[in-house]
Each structure stands twice: as C-alpha cells, then as structure tokens.
Design a protein around this ligand. Structure first.
Ligand SMILES: [Zn+2]
Length: 113
C-alpha cells in the first residue's frame, strides 16, 4: 500500500496527463466513473481552458474512430492511456526472436504506425 487515496492518485494522474489523455478519459471513459473523479477531471480540464465546447469537439473528432471493446469501454492504446483509434498487427515472438503468431495491438493517434 502506498498510502495514497484514490483521490490523490487520480489528482496526480490528472496533473501529469496530456490534454488528449484528459479529454479521452472525460469523454470516453466516464461510464461508471465515480462522480468525484469526473469532477476532478473536469476541474483540471477547466484550469487548462478546456470546457464544454472542447468536449463536444473532442467527441466529434474522435468519437466515431474510437475502438470499443465488447464490454462497452474503449480499447486503450498500447503505449499510453488514450482511447485507441487504430490498430496494428504485430508478431508475438518466442523469446523475442522467433515469430509465433500475429497479435492485434491498439494505438491512439499519437502512437500509430
Ligand atoms: Zn498512445
């Protein structure tokens, strides 16, 4: 146990996250999120000058490209905490050497290719 509460962890995530990560969390991962966590995200976004019109625009620009899992949550990018908007096929490798089988990995706009 680190001794940090959920609130403190969420606060430190929000402060370190990029604008894109915060917008993704707020717009696409809000289902089932605790009300205090949503408030906290909203507060951080507000401090960065991102408000309702930014949320609407983010949903419009990203919403129909986000890949959703069967449980209704967006897939996460393999390299960060953003919602995935694309995917790549990579070969899983035995001991990092011998190709075993193709594996689908999900990527965000920042980590495509
Ligand atoms: Zn990413």
């Amino acid at each position: 146990m680190s001794g940090l509460t959920h609130v403190e962890k969420c606060q430190s995530f929000a402060q370190k996250a990029s604008d894109g990560e915060l917008l993704d969390q707020y717009c696409f991962f809000s289902t089932g999120m605790e009300p205090w966590a949503l408030l906290l995200l909203r507060e951080e976004l507000g401090q960065r000058g991102l408000r309702e019109d930014s949320f609407l625009e983010h949903r419009k620009n990203h919403g129909n490209r986000v890949t959703y899992a069967s449980d209704g949550y967006p897939k996460l990018c393999k390299d960060c905490r953003r919602a995935a908007t694309g995917h790549n096929t990579v070969w899983a490798k035995f001991f990092g050497l011998l190709p075993l089988y193709p594996r689908r990995v999900f990527t965000c706009d920042d980590h495509q290719g």
